[in-house]
Write a protein that binds this ligand. Structure first.
Ligand SMILES: [Zn+2]
Length: 184
């Protein structure tokens, strides 16, 4: 019981520290293990590489996030670039699988790229993450099992799903939508 309470308190503290909590976060915002979304939606990953191959393919920062479940610092370079990007698709920085669309971007003010829905759900998988004594839902690329970030539900954001896919910008690669033919 105490452990659960500590976990909840820590979770709220972490959320506040990250600056992601909307003004009035209802107590229901915390995810619980009984929610269906916390189930491991494991799919067969089709991109498998050795550790050495990943190190060769990825930048050290990408490797840390995608392969070691690291987290980039908030409001970093990747986030600034994300905010400036227009229409297009976000693919996995590790394997190129389509993951998110600019159509689902929203500004959560948390300092990391935020989407309210995955563009291509079959390429996004989730699993329960109990690191730091807090139960969260980790978001991974289903193709290469790369760590992308976490998803939070029911925080009160005015989006169609009220889900926040809080994703490391370094783990994504932006593919701009081809420019439409310009008419003079
Ligand atoms: Zn991938």
């Amino acid at each position: 019981m105490n452990r659960i309470r500590t976990g909840f308190a820590l979770g709220i503290t972490l959320a506040v520290l990250a600056g992601c909590a909307p003004k009035e976060m209802p107590p229901t915002a915390m995810t619980t293990p009984s929610q269906p979304a916390t189930a491991d939606t494991n799919t067969t990953s089709t991109v498998t590489k050795t550790d050495a191959e990943w190190r060769k393919r990825l930048t050290p920062e990408q490797y840390h996030i995608l392969r070691e479940a690291g987290t980039e610092r908030p409001h970093g370079k990747a986030y600034e670039e994300f905010k400036a990007q227009g229409a297009g698709t976000y693919v996995c920085g590790g394997c190129g699988a389509e993951l998110f669309s600019s159509a689902h971007k929203f500004d959560s003010h948390c300092g990391w790229p935020s989407f309210y829905d995955p563009a291509n759900a079959k390429n996004v998988r989730t699993r329960e993450d109990r690191a730091f004594g807090v139960t969260r839902v980790e978001v991974l690329c289903a193709k290469c099992n790369g760590h992308l970030g976490h998803v939070f539900k029911g925080e009160g954001f005015p989006t169609p799903t009220d889900q926040r896919y809080c994703i490391n910008g370094v783990a994504l690669k932006f593919v701009p939508k081809p420019a439409e033919a310009k008419t003079p």
